[in-house]
Design a protein around this ligand. Structure first.
Ligand code: PGA
Length: 244
């Protein structure tokens, strides 16, 4: 169960969040919990979650290890401060910051080389769904952004299927729509990396996941977890999702 805070919360607000959140999820023994926070919040998030069952991640990285790349943050930097995870290829990065399949693959490889686990996001926009292209889009994103990983690299990723039209809109894909997409993604994994990898990969659903819809989504066979934006900002709401 992963939180994507996007561009929300100061360090002080991060401390308050964990003070309230950690006691609510301390008995959540059957899932991994990750909070992906803005870069400036990571040190306090990592300090707050030390010796807890919650891990922390960034929301983006640059693929070079270091260098003259003003404003960027590298995988080794995230690893050095204690991150476990990083999100790559979120639809907002694709939409507003020029992320492509090629840069998704470069970032993912760099993150894995730095020792991070990666949540790689894929998903179709509304026009693509309405014109029946969902599976073709997922295939293209998989082929360009994920299929170029080695088997060992692939073992370090989690895939998040996030239909872009369901992100932050309150429109969730129906559990059946999500289940179909997850099944298609798992089939892509099986074709490229084999049946064992397809069985082992965790595929998260993201897009307006809330405490009141998480159970019906998680009941679907191929949905292994959730990537939660808006509803992860409130400790009570995110704890209800974790503890569904
Ligand atoms: P949302 O965001 O839960 O606010 O729809 C999900 C995401 O963008 O990861």
């Amino acid at each position: 169960m992963a939180a994507n805070w996007k561009m929300f919360k100061t360090p002080a607000e991060t401390t308050v969040f964990f003070t309230n959140f950690l006691p609510l999820v301390k008995d959540a023994g059957n899932c991994e919990i990750a909070v992906c926070a803005p870069f400036i919040d990571l040190p306090v998030a990592i300090a707050a979650t030390h010796e807890s069952n919650v891990t922390v991640g960034g929301q983006n990285l640059y693929w070079a290890k270091e260098g003259a790349f003003t404003g960027e943050i590298s995988g080794p930097m995230l690893k050095a401060i204690g991150c476990t995870w990083v999100i790559v290829g979120h639809s907002e990065r694709r939409q507003y910051f020029g992320e492509t399949e090629e840069t998704v693959l470069k970032r993912t490889k760099a993150a894995i080389e730095a020792g991070l686990k990666v949540i790689v996001c894929i998903g179709e926009v509304l026009a693509e769904r309405e014109s029946g292209q969902t599976e073709a889009v997922l295939q293209a994103q998989f082929d360009g952004g994920i299929a170029g990983l080695s088997a060992a690299e692939f073992a370090q990723i989690v895939i998040a299927y996030e239909p872009v039209w369901a992100i932050g809109t309150g429109k969730t894909a129906t559990p059946e729509m999500a289940a179909d997409a997850h099944k298609a993604v798992r089939a892509l994994v099986a074709a490229k990396f084999g049946a064992d990898a397809a069985g082992a990969i965790r595929i998260l659903y993201g897009g307006s996941v809330k405490p009141d819809n998480v159970s019906s989504l998680m009941a679907q066979e191929d949905i292994d977890g959730a990537l939660v934006g808006g509803a992860s900002l409130d400790p009570v709401s995110f704890s209800k999702i974790v503890n569904y």
